[in-house]
Ligand binder design. Structure first.
Ligand code: NDP
Length: 481
């Protein structure tokens, strides 16, 4: 049994209340670790250490703070396989995905923010004999709260910009997937990161997550997770007028025109539908197909989806690993029930697959394709966050845009067409924070990232994250003759 510990004041510690949570390996449905269910006392110890650390960390030269991030990145790089195995055991995702996406991207996050902060120009304005110089200053202690679907990737995406500009961070990973953040804590010790600069508190969102959000000494909350949680955080954070950045759920439309590059589209669509078992906020779960190619598309898409191999995340041939938890699997199963009640036709999947006997207590779900649902169906309205997509027909651009925008979420949209004029016009009218044309999951880390409507409040990425984690101060000097 692995014992995961908090990282407080530079040390790996058990929770002060000795209260632990069981951590499961979803591929076999068994407990493999325990992690602290942190208490208020743990948070207070972390706050005291961060307050002390902030005095020195915030005054270090930016380049020196960057060096720590680069050192941590290079130590993760040296231990990439260990991190990748931890992520797959904790989350159930195929090892090849952890090795090629999660851990490399975590390293990239650290390296990217280590360098971008040094490149940012400071602004100054001159008006007659008055000069205003804008200073970016760290906020103090900030809280980051991250989800289970891309554990280390989203953990580092938040802490890297926060730390590099001089904040101290209290980070809470998901209680479902704490392992890679624990390994990260060990790496911070190896990298001699000063005590208290980063504190990692494990435990339940409803306990320690809420305490972090409510603590008056924590100046900002950067959150990624579900929309209901985000809304609760927004309400609570307003008591102290905290800065908040909320990256939340999505129900992303994919619009496929008959003039698209068909092979590229189908290959990409398999990924945007089912990569990470569909547990990516940016997955395309509502697929709109121009009616002229609907039948051919359906046949080809089903044939290709059937080829996905489901099973042991540690087998290099596996395309679809396990669903993260039993609770989440049950949520997906409920949506299949709704689909049937709403008259949907399940044309592929919708069931628990047969897997190797050693995995029989694990949580698996077959990639599922459903058609014949109305736009009002729960399956076209609500985020399922699993390997389930709906197929819907459209006639022309107007029809497509109306259906795509008919949703409370607005994270990402995907368009497939070879007509750039049509694509651009559509992209301008789509209600989402990000529109991909003829691609999916292409990310330039300098660009703003975040949804609109119920998907996001504030932007992350590049200078947008730096803006969030700093306060701009205007120092105005008048010169006399
Ligand atoms: P949750 O909202 O349940 O949890 C996210 C994090 O918040 C976890 O660390 C959780 O802790 C914590 N938390 C839960 N309740 C509270 C609370 N009341 N106060 C403070 N913290 C709390 O989301 P999931 O972990 O289920 O993640 C899936 C969701 O994340 C999906 O909706 C997905 O779309 C979204 N997501 C959005 C992304 C984006 O960039 N827009 C990217 C990735 C995912 P605990 O684990 O203990 O519950």
């Amino acid at each position: 049994m692995i014992e995961i510990k908090n990282y407080i004041n530079g040390e790996l510690l058990k929770s002060s209340n000795k209260n632990n949570l069981d951590i499961f390996n979803p591929s076999i449905g068994k407990i493999y670790a325990q992690c602290p269910n942190s208490s208020e006392k743990d948070l207070e110890t972390a706050i005291t250490s961060s307050e002390k650390a902030f005095l020195k960390w915030s005054r270090l030269k930016q380049i020196d703070r960057s060096q720590f991030l680069l050192k941590i990145a290079s130590l993760i790089e040296c231990n990439l396989d260990e991190f990748a195995k931890a992520e797959s055991m904790d989350n159930g995702k195929p090892l090849k995905l952890s090795q090629s996406l999660d851990i490399p991207r975590s390293i990239k996050n650290l390296k990217f923010f280590a360098t971008i902060a040094n490149d940012l120009e400071t602004e100054s304005f001159t008006q007659r004999k008055v000069k205003s110089h804008i200073l970016r200053q760290p906020l103090g202690i900030v809280g980051t709260i991250s989800p289970w679907n891309l554990p280390l990737y989203l953990f580092t995406w938040k802490i890297a910009p926060a730390l590099v500009v001089g904040n101290c961070v209290i980070a809470k990973p998901s209680e479902i997937t704490p392992y890679s953040a624990y390994l990260f804590s060990k790496i911070c010790i190896e990298a001699n990161l000063p005590k208290g600069v980063l504190n990692v508190l494990h435990g339940s969102g409803k306990v320690i997550g809420r305490k972090i959000v409510n603590h008056k000494k924590i100046k900002a909350i950067s959150f990624t997770g579900g929309t209901d949680t985000g809304k609760e955080i927004a309400k609570k954070a307003s008591n102290h007028l905290k800065k908040i950045s909320l990256e939340m759920g999505g129900k992303n439309p994919v619009i496929i025109f008959d003039d698209c590059n068909y092979n590229q589209m189908i290959n990409s669509l398999i990924k945007s539908s089912f990569l990470n078992q569909g547990q990516i906020c940016l997955s395309g779960s509502r697929i709109y197909i121009q009616e002229t190619i609907y039948n051919k598309f359906k046949k080809d898409f089903i044939a290709k989806t059937k080829k996905l191999r489901i099973g042991d995340p540690f087998n290099k041939n596996t395309d679809q690993g396990a669903i993260v938890s039993e609770e989440h699997l049950n949520k997906i199963l409920n949506y299949i029930k709704y689909a049937k009640e709403e008259g949907g036709k399940i044309i592929l999947g919708g069931n628990i697959p047969k897997v190797d006997s050693k995995l029989s207590s694990g949580w698996y779900f077959t990639p599922t394709v459903i058609e014949n649902l109305s736009q009002k169906s729960k399956l076209n309205k609500e985020e399922i966050f699993g390997p389930v997509v709906t197929l819907n027909k459209f006639k022309d651009s107007e029809d497509a845009i109306k259906m795509a925008n008919d949703n409370d979420y607005g994270l990402a949209s995907i368009i497939w067409t070879d007509d750039p004029n049509k694509a651009n016009k559509l992209a301008e009218r789509l209600e989402s924070g990000l529109v991909w044309i003829n691609c999916w999951l292409e990310r330039d880390l300098r660009t703003p990232f975040g949804g609109i409507k119920n998907s996001g409040y504030g932007k992350e990425g590049g200078k947008y994250a730096i803006d969030f984690f700093t306060e701009s101060k205007n120092i105005c000097i008048k010169y006399y003759d």
